[in-house]
Write a protein that binds this ligand. Structure first.
Ligand code: FES
Length: 145
């Protein structure tokens, strides 16, 4: 009886050790796999969202929508709709629309982007990421690119 208790205790400790090693291994390996194989390489992750009807927008009106859990700014210009990821390329602040300048503006460090998403003032080093806009049956749709 005493021998089986020792074996039982040993087995329990072995399982406890194995479980701990398995949990530690999973916690260590999962971030490594995510880093080595980022989501963009795992396959398409694009989403399409409706922004509203074309008639809901007057010229130079904008809307913010969430696309793939990221903010996107959509602006109706005389040339059509433009959409950009609303994350500043400087330090990642959320950009907005400056109606007076008719430009996309970053409130953090006075960065400005033109309607092609190019930085025209302030510290942003790169253009905003453009998103695809399609109009289907008078419905404005934005698709991540
Ligand atoms: S974060 Fe946008 S200008 Fe600095």
């Amino acid at each position: 009886m005493k021998t089986s208790e020792k074996i039982s205790r040993r087995t329990f400790l072995d399982w406890l050790l194995m479980g701990g090693l398995l949990a530690w291994g999973t916690a260590f390996v999962a971030p490594v796999i995510t880093y080595v194989w980022p989501s963009q390489k795992r396959g398409p992750n694009s989403q399409t969202v409706s922004v509203g009807k074309v008639d809901d927008f007057t010229e130079w009106q904008h809307k913010m929508v969430a696309l793939d859990n990221k903010p996107v700014i959509v602006v109706r210009t005389p040339q059509g709709f433009r959409a950009y990821l609303a994350i500043c390329t400087h330090l990642g602040c959320i950009v907005g629309w400056d109606a007076g300048r008719r430009q996309i503006a970053c409130p953090c460090h006075a960065g400005f982007f033109d309607l092609n998403g190019r930085p025209v003032a302030g510290p942003p080093p790169r253009p905003l990421a453009e998103q695809t806009v399609v109009v289907v049956n008078n419905e404005v749709m934005v698709k991540s690119t």
